[in-house]
Every structure is written in structure tokens, then in C-alpha cells.
Design a protein around this ligand. Structure first.
Ligand code: FES
Length: 670
């Protein structure tokens, strides 16, 4: 028999190879994704494959029992020491001796797919910038003097095709003892990203190191900082944690932090220090939670808005506070984590900041674009990432636009009279009976509704999603009119509408008799929500104007908070334009997901860097139509725009509390 036919599954790649060719070699020649750290020395087990025997009519081959070389001593040694599933072979040991069908199991694929929780989301494929390589380095020779680093470089070139390496001082100091301890066999962690520069040696171990490498995906928000510690081998999140952004003490929103920097000499440096310190603390806590050695953390990917971006980098954000809102740089940044004073990880660890889209549209919006890929959508999709600032993207395969809108912290429960952060005890869901006007609610930390006899939760306040539901429910129950006014008890027919100064408030929960809190929605709360939702709607509407459309095909609510907003309530308030309710979906923390994708894949980094250059930025702050849209969006749901899809499921009562009279009409519950 001359050459043998080899067919790899699941890729379907096939080719003919001389008898005696190792399966790993055949895989490499065909570009089949088969992992290896040891380079075929039979010690890392990354190259496991499963040969198939018998008839394969689909492939037109019959695989004989001796299609691969016999099980060898290296495989037996590995199996005895570390175990090997029955039927598996080591691809670097098994040689092709006849036509054969070879399956590469998911765990042996370097570019394995990572399942995202949201089934509709596009898959994430592993392509990490940092990988392990085992090498045998030539020993020093007096007759041909060369440095250990140069010989390591030569070994990586001949054994792994790595063209050029660089090494920081910290690793250089370890190089000589490690080479000798490993008897000239070492494993290196090499960072080689999409920019194509020399591969950087991040760490070195004697002999074979096939332990985990970790990376951090950090969503650095104005209010909270969320971080996910991910295994860089398979993309799995091994620990997650979040903390409040310590810069809150310098100002709740971004512009107040820019003002702080402008008014206080050294204020920017103070804020830089605060955020860097808290990131370092968060990283150390995550490593300890996951039980990993912090030295194993090799990379950090950070997404944030432009002001946070500058403050993290130690760049004065003053230019972002005034037109034309110039960024110091809008490009992606690849830095040493030490440059950001991050010390709780590997000393040579790398940090990558996604590109910003514009002066008000940051790397967090870029991360949302990476996660939700509007540029690949056939239908026109509106993506809103709701937080203290809303990031808004609108587009499809033809064009993508982006803007940011200053919604303020009301959607997060701040500046709301009974508002609080989402924490146990906060009301997060509420329903108001349209006939009795009585509320029932659920709080974070309890599965029971408040009208359940077993309900015994300690009610402490109302969180962002709770206040949105409360206002929308009040509108649907005829307690609030289209202008946002709360009616009196006489107008609404419920004693729960109580006077408060010259306006009214609706009492959701009153535990004052037992020393507990009284939780109300006041007129001021409704005004705060109206301002926030008008800003959000006006931003979306501005992008729709730019594209020349009055409707969108679908809406994606992103952000941790977006995950908790009910589409119906968001639409009753007019936070978002009208759309079929079943086409309003939640993407969870899309910015965090985008950060994770960039962490796990250098091709995704290259992709988002290309995509942002094609996103058209719309600046809300200088666009006069923004103000017009903002004013029209003040009504609930809107002064002029029709909401045909919403009216199919909800009939809003025609009430008006301006003149004192009201006639609540019954509504249909959606
Ligand atoms: Fe390492 Fe086969 S490549 S064991």
C-alpha cells in the first residue's frame, strides 16, 4: 500500500500520508486543530484522538484494526501515570498505517468552541494570545558561545516556528536556574497577540508545565467593577466578583468626576490610584476564591467608558468634559499590567484595553458590539446597554451607528427616594392590580410574593428594575397619567396615593408601625425616571433618524440591569422605541461577555479593532435634535410616537391629573 487516506472529524479535513506518519504530523499538515504543548514528545497528552474502526460509507473507507501503529510504551506510561480514556490514543505516538478516520475530541482542540449561556448568541472560539510551549534547549558550549536566552529563542524557532521572542527582566532572572533545574527542558508561556510583534515570554517552568493559565475579563463601570477569572485553556469562568467603583466618592456620574479632576489639582491622579488599588484588591480576591496562584494570571482585558479609560491609564480626562470631546487615544492598547500598577498577578502579565468608539462612546460599547455583532445582523437591531450612562448601537450588515446618552443613575436605584442598589431586601418586581390599585411585590433574596401568607422578607427599598416596574405599573393602573403626574386618592380611588407637599406619592409598603421603612414612589422619583428614560429614548431616536427609519426590527437590552427589565414595562415607560415584544431580548452583561471574548481570542481583538473603525459615531451632546427628542420622550410612553405593538398587549388608561378630573379606563393585561 502506498499512501493512506486520513480523514479527521469533526473538521472533515482529509489527505494522503506516507505510512508511518504520526497522526499529529498529519493533523498539522492539514491544518486540523489538534493541540500540543510538548511538541510530540508524549508527555503532555494534549494530542488525544479517537480512531474509528470498521466501515464508514459516508467517507468511503473501511478502517482496518491495524490502521494505526500498535499501542506503544509511551502511551502505556502516560496511561499508567495520568490515565487515558479507553479507545483514545496519543496523536503524536500513533502512526498512520492504513486508511483511517480520526476524531479529535473537543478537549484536544486548541480552538475549541465555548458555549455561551445565551443559546442565541454566536459561539465563542478559543484563540488565546498566551499559550504554553515545551522546548528542549541546547546546552551552552564554550566553543560556540551564546546566551541562554538566545538558545531558548533558537529552540522555539526550530521546534515551534516562533520567529522571535522577547523577555522582561523578571523572567530573565529566572531563566538560568529554570533551564538547569529542568535539565534543559522547559515550558514557557508565550504571549503572541494579533499585532504580530515578537512573542513575549511571560513565564518559564522547568520540565513540562501543563497546569492552568488564567486571564481576567474586567468590566470597569462608573458605578461597579465586575471581573471574571477565566481559564485560558477552555474559556470557562472559574470565579466572578464585583465591587463598587471607589471613584463614586469623587462623583456619582462621569461628568462630576471630570469636574473633580478640573477643580482639584491632582484629583485625576487621586482617582487613578483609587481605581487601580481596587482592581488589584479585586484580582487578589478572585485568585484566592478560585484557589489559583496569582502568578498563573497572565492577561487582563478591560472594557470601560472613555472617562474610566483615561482615569485608569492615568490620563487627565479634562478633554472629555468639553467639545470636541477628544480622546487621548481611541485605539486598542496592549500594555504590561505593571504599567497600570496591577501587582496581584504574574509580574509579566499583559493588559489589553479594547478600542474606544468616540469621546463619549467607549471600549464598553465596543465590547457590546463585539458580543452582539450588530454588523452581522440581517435585521435592524437596536442594542442598549443601560447603566449610569447608556451606550446605544443601531445597525445591521449595511451600517452601524453608536452614541452614548447620559441617563444618570436613576435606573440603578440612585436618586430615587426609596431607591437602593440591587441587594437582598430590595423590591425588584411589582404588580399593581388595575381594579383595587393594590400592589404585590417580590424582593431580592426571596422567591415569595408579598401577598403570600409565608412572605416574611425584610423589605429595605426598591432597586432599579423595581422602580421601572413600579412606574410602568402605576401608569397601567391609572395612578399616573401620560405626563407623569401621580393622581390624588380622590382621582385614583386609592388611599395609597397620599399627599406629599404639593404633589402625591404612591405607598407600596409601609412598615413604620413596626419600626420598618415606608417605601413610596414620589413625584420626584417619577420625574427622575422620566429624565433617564427620555435620554435613553432620545439617543435611540437620534440614531434612527440618522439611518432614516421610524422602526427597528429587534431590540437587545444589555447590561446586568438590562437582564432584569421586563420588555413590556420598558416599553410602557417609553424607554425604548416600539417593537414586537417578542423581539425585545436581554443579552445580560454584554460588555463583560465582549471582554471575555477578547480575552480568549486574539482574532476577536483584531475583529473589534476593525469593526470600530466602521462604526459611525453620533454625538448626542452637540446634536440639537437630541433636545427635541428628549422633550417629546418625556411623556409616558411618548408625546407623539405611536406604540402599535405595545397597544396590542396593553391598553393604557386615558387619565389626566392636571385639571383634577380623571376617568381611569380598564386595561388589558399583557
Ligand atoms: Fe504532547 Fe502528544 S503532543 S503528548
Amino acid at each position: 500500500m502506498s499512501d493512506a487516506l486520513v480523514i479527521f472529524t469533526p473538521s472533515g479535513k482529509r489527505g494522503r500520508f506516507a505510512l508511518g506518519t504520526p497522526v499529529l504530523t498529519a493533523a498539522r499538515k492539514l491544518g486540523v486543530d489538534l493541540d500540543s504543548v510538548c511538541g510530540g514528545r508524549g508527555i503532555c497528552s494534549k494530542c488525544q484522538i479517537t480512531p474509528g474502526y470498521g466501515d464508514f460509507p459516508k467517507h468511503g473507507v473501511n478502517v482496518a484494526a491495524d490502521a494505526l501503529s500498535a499501542w506503544n510504551a509511551v502511551e502505556q506510561r502516560y496511561k499508567d501515570k495520568r490515565g487515558l480514556i479507553d479507545g483514545r490514543r496519543l496523536g503524536c505516538q500513533a502512526q498512520i498505517m492504513g486508511d483511517v478516520v480520526i476524531d479529535v475530541p473537543a478537549e484536544s482542540q486548541l480552538h475549541k468552541q465555548v458555549v455561551r449561556k445565551d443559546a442565541s448568541a454566536r459561539p465563542m472560539v478559543m484563540d488565546p494570545a498566551t499559550r504554553l510551549f515545551f522546548v528542549e534547549v541546547a546546552q551552552p558550549d564554550m566553543h560556540e558561545p551564546s546566551g541562554d536566552l538566545e538558545r531558548l529563542g533558537a529552540a522555539l524557532r526550530t521546534q515551534w516556528d516562533v520567529a522571535e521572542i522577547s523577555m522582561g527582566l523578571d523572567v530573565l532572572r529566572k531563566l538560568q536556574p529554570t533551564l538547569r533545574a529542568g535539565n534543559w527542558q522547559v515550558t514557557v508561556a508565550l504571549f503572541a497577540d494579533h499585532s504580530g510583534g515578537p512573542a513575549q515570554v511571560l513565564d518559564i517552568w522547568p520540565g513540562l508545565y501543563d497546569g492552568a493559565l488564567y486571564g481576567l475579563a474586567i468590566d470597569l463601570g462608573s458605578t461597579t467593577i465586575a471581573a471574571h477569572l477565566c481559564d485560558l485553556r477552555d474559556g470557562q469562568v472559574v470565579a466572578s466578583s464585583g465591587i463598587m467603583n471607589p471613584q463614586i466618592r469623587f462623583g456619582e456620574d462621569l461628568m462630576s468626576r471630570v469636574s473633580y479632576a478640573m477643580m482639584n489639582p491632582g484629583g485625576d491622579a487621586e482617582m487613578t490610584r483609587a481605581v487601580r488599588d481596587s482592581l488589584d484588591t479585586l484580582i487578589a480576591a478572585l485568585a484566592s476564591d478560585a484557589g489559583c496562584n496569582a502568578r498563573q494570571i497572565m492577561e487582563v482585558v478591560i472594557v470601560c467608558n472613555p472617562v474610566m479609560h483615561h482615569l485608569l491609564l492615568g490620563v487627565d480626562p479634562v478633554e472629555l468634559g468639553q467639545a470636541p470631546f477628544a480622546l487621548a487615544t481611541s485605539g486598542a492598547l496592549s500594555l504590561g499590567a505593571r504599567d497600570l500598577d496591577l501587582t496581584a498577578l504574574n509580574p509579566a502579565a499583559r493588559a489589553y484595553l479594547l478600542p474606544c468608539i468616540a469621546g463619549h462612546v467607549g471600549a464598553d460599547a465596543a465590547a457590546v458590539a463585539l458580543s452582539e455583532a450588530p454588523e452581522q445582523s440581517d435585521d435592524l437591531v437596536l442594542i442598549v446597554d443601560v447603566g449610569t450612562n447608556a451606550e446605544i448601537l443601531l445597525g445591521d450588515t449595511r451600517r452601524v451607528l453608536a452614541c452614548s446618552s447620559p441617563t444618570g443613575p436613576a435606573f440603578e436605584g440612585a436618586q430615587i427616594s426609596s431607591g437602593q442598589r440591587a441587594a437582598p431586601g430590595a423590591i425588584e418586581r411589582i404588580e399593581i392590580d388595575p381594579f383595587t390599585k393594590e400592589p404585590r411585590f417580590r424582593v431580592i433574596g426571596s422567591d415569595l410574593w408579598s401577598d403570600d401568607p409565608e412572605f416574611a422578607a425584610n423589605v429595605t427599598g426598591i432597586c432599579g428594575s423595581g422602580i421601572i416596574e413600579a412606574v410602568a405599573e402605576m401608569r397601567m393602573a391609572g395612578l399616573v397619567d401620560a405626563s407623569g403626574l401621580i393622581g390624588s386618592s380622590a382621582q385614583t380611588g386609592t388611599e395609597r396615593c397620599v399627599p406629599e407637599g404639593r404633589t402625591h406619592a404612591y405607598v407600596i409598603h409601609d412598615a413604620t408601625a413596626t419600626g420598618g421603612p415606608r417605601i413610596t414612589v414620589t413625584q420626584g422619583d417619577i420625574r427622575a425616571i422620566q429624565l433617564a428614560k427620555s435620554a435613553l429614548y432620545a439617543g435611540a431616536r437620534l440614531l434612527m433618524d440618522e439611518i432614516g427609519t421610524d422602526t427597528v426590527d429587534r431590540i437587545v437590552l444589555a447590561g446586568a440591569f438590562g437582564a432584569h427589565i421586563s420588555p413590556k414595562h420598558a416599553m410602557v415607560l417609553g424607554m425604548i422605541p416600539d417593537a414586537p415584544l417578542d423581539r425585545v431580548t436581554s443579552a445580560g452583561n454584554a460588555a463583560g461577555t465582549g471582554a471575555r471574548m477578547a480575552l480568549c481570542s486574539k482574532s476577536e481583538r483584531a475583529a473589534i479593532e476593525r469593526t470600530v473603525t466602521r462604526i459611525h459615531k453620533v454625538e448626542t451632546a452637540i446634536e440639537p435634535r437630541f433636545q427635541e427628542h428628549f422633550v417629546a420622550a418625556n411623556a409616558l410612553p411618548h408625546a407623539t410616537a405611536p406604540f402599535p405593538h405595545l397597544s396590542q398587549v396593553v391598553t393604557l388608561p386615558q387619565v389626566s391629573f392636571n385639571s383634577g378630573g380623571s376617568e381611569g379606563r380598564r386595561r388589558k393585561r399583557g
